[in-house]
Design a protein around this ligand. Structure first.
Ligand SMILES: *[C@@H]1O[C@H](CO)[C@@H](O)[C@H](O)[C@H]1NC(C)=O
Ligand SMILES: *[C@@H]1O[C@H](CO)[C@@H](O)[C@H](O)[C@H]1NC(C)=O
Ligand SMILES: *[C@@H]1O[C@H](CO)[C@@H](O)[C@H](O)[C@H]1NC(C)=O
Ligand SMILES: *[C@@H]1O[C@H](CO)[C@@H](O)[C@H](O)[C@H]1NC(C)=O
Length: 296
């Protein structure tokens, strides 16, 4: 009798599949090519035997997927993805999610807006996400050139026009620290998911249902300005030089996303790594992400 139980247990153990994984690519990238997320998918499959990995394609073709990374309103992208995830039978027992760059804040929006109607989302991994938005152009910040600051100020005039918000994805997470109020009033995506204008309790509950929310910051990132946004830090309001850590931002002080509790419980995990945007080694991926978070 006892052996039978052990046998059944072993069979159950062997037949239980690892948790499925969902990937969302960044700007200027697509779901599936082999030198990018297609390669990551294969790498995960090789390192987690039997795992199901799906890399989200936004649109009906790779070309559309690429274009949508710039031009499809993130609110619709999130809605589209919620439907895709709900319809995928391979995710019905729950899944882990990995966002690459802007894909990170989009996946966070999926958790917040659809977590209660989707199968359990276990761990959310953000690789270089812009959770407090950006104020700067790729490569510009690292140059420390005065023109960069000038360009940012020019962009402030246009970014919050409603037609720009509708037409350009990156405008929806443009965060002008010189005019927080306009950002809060007019950003149709980021300010909304960050509960800046009003607090949506569902967002807080859904985020808190995650086992872990892992934020990876690339210490030598030349694409994302400021880098600290990858850990929810940002420029202190009213100026554009001094950056404050998450703990000093309004989001944390007023706990508008309920992340304080997650942080105290050790479920909000802040990791940094040397290197430019999304640069990491296979070994780093295995040791830092796969082993602790994807083998459950
Ligand atoms: C996919 O194609 C259908 C039919 O042409 C279209 O209605 C839909 O908007 C497309 N999806 C996206 C996300 O572009
Ligand atoms: C809060 O978010 C949920 C999930 O997206 C949504 O159904 C609800 O309408 C939102 N509530 C408010 C007050 O916006
Ligand atoms: C933001 O919205 C509030 C409430 O509608 C309004 O009183 C305020 O003037 C707005 N501020 C800006 C800078 O648009
Ligand atoms: C990367 O950034 C870290 C932390 O700011 C710094 O100590 C290190 O020297 C930088 N490495 C390179 C190669 O720039």
């Amino acid at each position: 009798m006892k052996t039978l139980f052990i046998l059944l247990f072993v069979i159950k153990f062997i037949s239980s599949k690892p948790t499925s994984i969902v990937l969302w690519h960044g700007m200027g990238d697509t779901c599936c090519v082999s030198f990018s997320l297609g390669g990551i998918k294969v790498f995960l499959e090789n390192n987690i035997p039997g795992v199901y990995v799906t890399s989200l394609r936004i649109g009906n073709s790779t070309v559309e997927d690429f274009e949508n990374g710039y031009f499809m309103n993130p609110n619709y992208q999130v809605e589209y993805v919620c439907k895709q995830l709900a319809a995928d039978p391979n995710l019905k027992d729950g899944f882990n999610a990995i966002g690459f760059s802007q894909g990170s804040q989009f996946l966070r929006a999926v958790v917040q807006r659809c977590g209660h109607i989707l199968p359990p989302i276990k761990n959310l991994i953000s690789l270089g996400g812009q959770h407090q938005g950006v104020y700067g152009l790729p490569h510009c910040g690292a140059l420390m050139h005065p023109t960069c600051d000038y360009i940012r100020q020019v962009l402030n005039y246009a970014a919050y026009d409603s037609w720009v918000q509708d037409a350009l994805v990156q405008a929806t997470y443009w965060h002008d620290p010189l005019d927080e109020e306009t950002y809060i009033n007019k950003s149709i995506f980021l300010a909304e998911i960050n509960n800046e204008l009003r607090v949506n309790k569902t967002y807080i509950e859904n985020l808190n249902n995650l086992q872990h929310f892992v934020l990876v910051k690339f210490d030598n990132d030349t694409i994302v300005q400021p880098r600290e946004t990858e850990w929810f830090g940002f420029y202190d309001p009213g100026q554009s030089k001094k950056v404050v850590p998450f703990y000093e931002t309004r989001l944390y002080v007023e706990d508008r996303l309920g992340l304080r509790k997650m942080h105290k419980d050790g479920r909000l995990v802040l990791i940094s790594t040397e290197g430019d945007h999304l640069r990491f080694s296979d070994k780093w991926l295995v040791e830092t992400i796969i082993k602790p978070y994807l083998l459950n």
